[in-house]
Design a protein around this ligand. Sequence first.
Ligand SMILES: [Zn+2]
Length: 303
Amino acid sequence: MRRFLLFLMVSSLILTTCFASNGRVQGQSADKYSVDLQGFVWDHSKITALLVTPTGESWWNPSDLNPTLRAIGQWNEAITTFSSNYSENSYLSSLRIQPTVSNVSQPGFDLYVSWAEFPLNNSTNEIGVSQIFPNSHRGIVKCTTTLATHQSHGNSFNEVDLQNTALHELGHDLGLGHSNYTGDLMYYLYTLGSPGEDVSTLDVYGVASLFSWEKSASTIYPISNWLTVNSAVLPADIPYRGLPVSAENMPPQTFANNQVVQALIFIFEVLMHPEFFALAAVFIVVLVVIVIFPRKKRVKADS
Ligand SMILES: [Zn+2]
């Protein structure tokens, strides 16, 4: 019996090692975070944005403007944090999106944001669309973004969904394509009711690569001289993480980003981790040993 228990313990320890090392290997291979680049580039770092509100439309709620203003603030904050944390990207600190709000369109802005009542494509259910207008040398001349305020069956989007959508579209406006990482802001799919998203180190690193012509004070044209890749892969010395958001740019609390719900999600994620399974296996074996050994002794004493 003891030999069997010893065998059980040894085999569970081997299993533990396998699980633990397997988990780490999986982690490493998933570390190749990348984001596509559209191939079009801004030639200046003060991006002026005109937010044209559909004032007077019956479906327009003036508070629908705030999520987009916060999303712009969130991108600006993320750019500031990233460029000060990673000194080789300090040239990016001059990049700013400068919003102006108006109920009429005016010429002379880089980016135009407008709103529509319903998703812009019924078949793909697109809740935000961005379009870049480049010159013949792939420099960005103008950009437009349209954001839907209501689902196709009529319910309005909550403020977190509106802000997450605006964050994603602003990423496109800066020249990013989509990310390979499902948890990233620039992933092509979005689940309604998600918690507030962060601009990640990957997103800003992608933007930094689109403005890297500023680093060497070289000329932007021809773009093919310095932009030789069509995606940005986060280098090993920059960890993937969400960049901090100040209270003023934080979306309001919803059920999904409630702290208790987030704590439960965190516990569930920990429980699903292979290292935890391995630890649980050891714990169970120890428990079995503690419970079975005294019983065995008692049986011997009785006989
Ligand atoms: Zn997209």
